[in-house]
Design a protein around this ligand. Structure first.
Ligand code: GLU
Length: 303
C-alpha cells in the first residue's frame, strides 16, 4: 500500500468535510493555537515515517503522555503493582471528574482519566522525576534529542490546575497519592506539556505496534503488557466517547486536549493525527474523521 498517497487522500477528505470543532480553552495557552492545523503521520514497524500536512509541527501532547507513563511504570520489575491503585474500566464520566472517586475509595477507574494518570505519575515518581523519565524515553524513541516541555503551556496549566489538585489531594486522603501533592502535580503538568510532532509521536509509540519492542530492537515491556495497554486504550483512551470511537475507527487510541490522537495497528504501524479543534467530549474532530477514513481505506482495524 502506498501510504503517502493514502495520506494525501485523507487530508483532502478531511478538508472536504470542513468541520473542525473548538480548541480547548480551560488551559489558556492551548486556546491560542490556530484551529486550522492538520497533520498526520504513519510510522511503520521498521521506523519509516510517512506524513502529510503539519506532521512535523510540535503541539502539546497532553493526555497522550498517559500512555507512555503507564508503559514506563509497567516496564519496572514490580510495575504491575500499579493495578492495585488504579482500575481498567471505562469511567463513563468526563476525564477530570471527581464524582466516582468518593464512591470507589480513591481508586480511579482507569489510568487515562486525570485521577488515574496522577496515580501513575505518583508511581513513576518512585524511580525519578516522571516528566524527566518520560522526556528521556521520548527523545530516544523519536530520535529527537531536542524534545522539551513547553514552558508557557506548563505555566498556564499549573495556574489552572485546581481540579487536578483537588483530585490529587482527595486521593492522598485515601493513601493513593504517596508523594507530596505539589510534587506530583508539577511532574504531571510538565509531562502533559511536552511538545511533539505527529511524526515524533508515531515513532515513539511503535513499541505498542511491535508487542513491546523498542526502536533499537530491545524489549521495553512484555508482550502481555503491550496487549493490555492497547486494550485499555481501546476501552478508555478517547474519554467517554471510547465506544463511539471504537465503532467508528476500530483501533486502540489515546487522544489529548491539544488535539492529538495516537492510534495503534498492532503488528503493523503507529499513527498520529493532530488537529486542535475538539468535539464536546474532548476528541479532535478532524483527527477522528481522518482515523475513520484511514481504517476504512486500509482495512487495518483490529476487527
Ligand atoms: N493536562 C490536561 C489536564 O490535566 C490533560 C487533559 C487531556 O488531555 O485529557 O486537564
Amino acid at each position: 500500500m502506498d501510504l503517502t498517497l493514502l495520506l494525501d487522500k485523507i487530508i483532502l477528505d478531511v478538508e472536504d468535510k470542513g468541520a473542525r470543532g473548538t480548541v480547548a480553552d480551560y488551559i489558556p495557552a492551548l486556546a491560542r493555537v490556530d484551529p486550522s492545523h492538520f497533520g498526520m503521520a504513519i510510522a511503520e514497524l521498521d521506523g519509516t515515517v510517512h506524513g502529510v500536512g503539519d506532521w512535523q509541527h510540535p503541539f502539546s501532547i497532553q493526555s497522550m503522555s498517559k500512555v507512555f507513563t503507564l508503559a514506563l511504570v509497567l516496564a519496572q520489575a514490580d510495575g504491575a503493582d500499579v493495578w492495585r491503585r488504579v482500575g481498567r474500566e471505562p469511567s463513563g464520566d468526563p476525564f477530570n471528574s471527581l464524582v466516582q472517586l468518593e464512591h470507589e475509595d480513591g481508586i480511579p477507574r482507569n489510568p487515562f482519566i486525570n485521577a488515574g494518570a496522577l496515580v501513575v505519575t505518583d508511581e513513576l515518581a518512585r524511580y525519578g522525576d516522571a516528566a524527566d523519565e518520560l522526556l528521556t524515553f521520548l527523545r530516544t524513541e523519536s530520535g529527537d534529542p531536542g524534545l522539551t516541555v513547553d514552558a508557557e503551556v506548563a505555566a498556564s496549566e499549573a495556574e489552572h490546575a485546581d481540579r487536578n489538585r483537588a483530585l490529587a489531594y482527595f486521593m492522598a486522603a485515601y493513601g493513593n497519592i504517596r508523594h507530596p501533592v505539589p510534587e506530583v502535580l508539577d511532574q504531571y503538568v510538565r509531562q502533559c506539556s511536552i511538545a511533539m510532532s505527529c511524526g515524533d509521536l508515531a515513532r515513539s509509540a511503535l513499541f505498542l505496534a511491535r508487542h513491546g519492542i523498542r526502536n533499537d530492537g530491545s524489549r521495553f515491556i512484555g508482550q502481555s503488557e503491550a496487549k493490555r495497554i492497547n486494550a485499555v486504550m481501546l476501552t478508555c483512551g478517547t474519554y467517554d466517547a471510547a465506544g463511539q470511537f471504537a465503532y467508528r475507527v476500530g483501533l486502540p487510541a489515546k487522544s489529548g486536549v491539544g488535539g492529538g490522537i495516537l492510534a495503534i495497528v498492532p503488528g503493523r504501524c503507529a499513527v498520529c493525527v493532530w488537529s486542535p479543534g475538539l468535539d464536546k467530549r474532548g476528541n479532535s474532530v478532524a483527527g477522528a474523521t481522518a482515523l475513520a477514513r484511514f481504517t476504512t481505506m486500509t482495512g487495518w482495524s483490529i476487527f
